[in-house]
Design a protein around this ligand. Structure first.
Ligand code: GTP
Ligand code: MG
Length: 204
């Protein structure tokens, strides 16, 4: 499943932070390269997953306080594609008003980005998908955006628990267990499988 084939499916030769999008009509980089976005609840491990995928220790900022990443951050990789770190949604302590602003920004970006090839949707393997998670997945299905579901923080569970939880979550989302990638930023488990899935989205 997540075993490495020995050949890196996503070799990172260069990467560069190219900026943040703060509001729906605000600045964004020219949409001239394929984009893959990473979406999920606040604190689910998006920035950590990006660092693991890119094999960098601290490229995307990892936050101790949930809700830190507030803008949409764009990272140009190998000069050929762009990875997009979306702000986390569903953080309880954020005011309703602010949530709507964030939600609007995320929806608008996903809906209007002409080169967005797909979205990696992160879910914490220990938790059942929330209404926010389901809303996001329904939205992506509605607009027919290719989506890769990735279960984060697998290192926090035993092997048996990982199998149980990933089957349960897949069932809840009406997915085949094979459509779900089990991942850990702490151990690197699932990195190559995700890299492979991301590369194949990019070349579609
Ligand atoms: P926001 O930007 O605030 O929405 O959060 P995020 O989704 O980018 O999460 P981030 O990567 O900042 O990680 C949040 C917390 O979870 C940090 O304390 C990480 O160290 C921890 N974390 C992330 N990935 C993993 C993982 O695979 N395993 C474990 N055990 N902890 C993780
Ligand atoms: Mg983050």
């Amino acid at each position: 499943m997540a075993e490495s084939s020995g050949k890196d499916p996503l070799i990172i030769r260069s990467m560069e932070f190219i900026g943040g999008m703060i509001e729906p009509t605000g600045w964004r980089p020219p949409a001239d390269l394929p984009e893959i976005a990473f979406s999920g609840r606040s604190n689910v491990g998006k920035s950590s997953l990006l660092n693991t995928l890119l094999r960098r220790r601290a490229f995307a900022r990892v936050s101790k306080t949930p809700g830190r990443t507030r803008e949409i951050n764009f990272f140009r990789i190998n000069g050929t594609f762009t990875l997009v770190d979306l702000p986390g949604y569903g953080y309880a302590k954020v005011s309703k008003e602010r949530k709507e602003v964030w939600g609007g920004l995320i929806d608008e970006y996903i809906r209007t980005s002409p080169t967005l090839r797909g979205v990696v949707q992160l879910l914490d393997i220990r938790r059942d998908p929330t209404d926010d998670d389901k809303q996001m997945l329904d939205f992506l299905a509605d607009i027919e955006k290719p989506t890769i579901v990735t279960l984060t923080k697998a290192d926090k569970l035993s092997k048996n628990e990982v199998a149980e939880r990933s089957q349960k979550i897949a069932r809840q989302l009406l997915l085949d267990p094979e459509q779900v990638i089990v991942f850990s930023s702490h151990t690197g488990y699932g990195r190559d499988e995700l890299a492979e899935a991301v590369s194949s989205l990019m070349s579609q």
